[in-house]
Design a protein around this ligand. Structure first.
Ligand SMILES: *Cc1c(COP(=O)(O)O)cnc(C)c1O
Length: 476
């Protein structure tokens, strides 16, 4: 048989397009593996630049992006993004290889059982009765939050599933000013309207003020609106703040509202006995969003929406497609979970198995220690100022104030500070040494926001970063 090189191969040389194409298929896949391995090796080498920045037009020239009519050769295709967990990555490879959806037990028995097992661990971590709880994996926290809002509405107004929004009173929802934008987006998508998603003020650390929440609920009722859903955030996206869950749960009970906790970012802390008090009261929530792809390092997208009470998700989303969900199958049909939600993705079960809950506990505690270390370095180094001190979670938000502007009065200093972080970041990207994002917030000028959840970060890295930003800052 004449051997073809990778550059000569096309997809039509591979199985199943060419039934006897196993040798070439193997050659192609081994090549992909080589590329992935060398990518990983390069990424973990501390001497390579963290970023090789190219502007979009330049990048488009470097990598063949055009979609040809005839199909590219396979060599072009194998030339090909965060703290990567290798077990989770291997799981993803396996999942991609199996390429099955997860509607019913008969087509994905192992995945469905895995999903159930991961759910069980999450329900236990929250403190729910695992016999009664429910949940589903979703493609991202934003969608998980949407499912929670829809489930809440269905629970209170089941007729609207059939009759639509015209059957409803004017519903309204509440979340903090610092909550993730997906809560507002869920209000838009579900027909509630963003103007009826009220943003409750936060304190100086970014935590929802419960008295302000209750006052707004009372006001809304007076105005003839119909409050039904409150979302507290456990670990806000920017500052990592913890809304006061117990107090908000009391308010929801008093006013008979659905209580959702968006723990997309902070959920993993439930696995640390040392830090889980930050979420105490979460067991009183009706629903929780938790993204293992954030703090726990599972691969994107791995996000769960969890409900304290079984059955609601199912009733809300069930469409009973006759071609999938026959009730006369020879097994327990409650394992056909596809009707609980319109989409379902594979679980991070192998990742959990490999790490064990102790592994996560260690990892999370270590990240908290590193955050405390970084905050201490920033306090000790001239020119740095923490936006929230001490950081509540792994979000370290800070300014670097160059010497040249330290003397100005507060107003002038703030105005000049606005331009500092973007300039420092641009320099960092050029050098390719580090990359830290920045943003403004309400009255606060642009500040750096660093998230310390990557397991590869060491105290040396932090020392380097603190020195680097100060040096660039002084060189401007
Ligand atoms: C990241 C985040 C989300 C959205 O999660 P995605 O998986 O990115 O859709 C929702 N809520 C909070 C608090 C988040 O930090």
């Amino acid at each position: 048989m004449d051997e073809k090189s990778l550059a000569e191969l096309k997809y039509s040389d591979l199985i199943p397009h060419k039934p006897d194409g196993w040798d070439d298929t193997e050659k192609f896949l081994r090549n992909v593996m080589e590329v992935l391995l060398s990518y990983l090796k390069q990424q973990s080498d501390r001497n390579t630049k963290i970023l090789e920045f190219h502007h979009p037009a330049e990048m488009a020239k470097l990598i063949e992006m055009e979609i040809p009519d005839g199909g590219e050769n396979l060599e072009t295709l194998v030339k090909i993004s965060c703290g990567l967990d290798l077990v989770s990555m291997a799981g993803e490879w396996l999942t991609a290889t199996a390429n099955t959806n997860m509607f019913t037990y008969e087509i994905a028995p192992v995945f469905i059982l895995m999903e159930k097992e991961v759910m069980k661990k999450m329900w236990e971590a929250i403190g729910w009765d695992t016999e009664k709880a429910d949940g589903i994996f979703a493609p991202g926290g934003a969608i998980a939050n949407l499912y929670a809002m829809l489930a809440a509405r269905h629970h209170m107004y089941p007729r609207s599933k059939h009759l639509g929004v015209s059957d409803l009173p004017t519903l309204c929802t509440f979340t903090s000013e610092d909550s993730h934008y997906s809560i507002k987006s869920a209000a838009a998508v579900s027909g509630i309207g963003t103007d009826y998603c009220f943003n409750i003020p936060v304190d100086s650390c970014g935590r929802m003020i419960p008295e302000a929440l209750e006052a707004k609920i009372v006001q809304c009722k007076k105005d003839g609106l119909c409050p039904f859903f409150v979302s507290a955030t456990a670990g806000t996206t920017v500052y990592g703040a913890w809304d006061p869950i117990e107090k908000i749960a009391d308010i929801c009970e008093r006013h008979k509202l659905w209580f959702h906790v968006d723990a997309a970012w902070g959920g993993g802390v439930l696995l640390s006995p040392e830090h889980r008090y930050k979420l105490s009261g979460i067991e009183r929530a009706n629903s929780v969003t938790w993204n293992p792809h954030k703090l726990m390092g599972a691969l994107l997208q791995c996000s769960a929406v969890l409900l304290r009470q079984d059955g609601i998700l199912f009733q809300c989303n069930q469409m009973s497609a006759d071609y999938l969900f026959m009730q006369d199958k020879p097994y327990d049909c409650s394992f056909d979970t596809g009707d609980k939600a319109s989409d379902a993705v594979r679980p991070a079960q192998r990742h959990l198995q490999a790490m064990g809950t102790d592994g996560f506990r260690r990892q999370i505690n270590q990240s908290f220690d590193l955050t405390a270390y970084m905050a201490e370095q920033l306090r000790k180094t001239e020119g740095y100022e923490l936006v929230v001190d001490p950081p509540e979670f792994l979000n370290v938000c800070f300014w670097y104030i160059p010497q040249s502007i330290r003397g100005f009065d507060e107003k002038e200093k703030m105005a000049r500070l606005e331009k500092i972080a973007p300039k420092i970041k641009a320099k960092m990207m050029e050098k390719g040494t580090t990359m830290v994002g920045y943003q403004p917030d309400k009255q606060r000028p642009n500040f750096f926001r660093m998230i310390l959840s990557n397991q590869a970060i060491t105290t040396d890295d932090i020392d380097f970063l603190v020195k680097e930003i100060a040096e660039i800052g002084e060189s401007l």
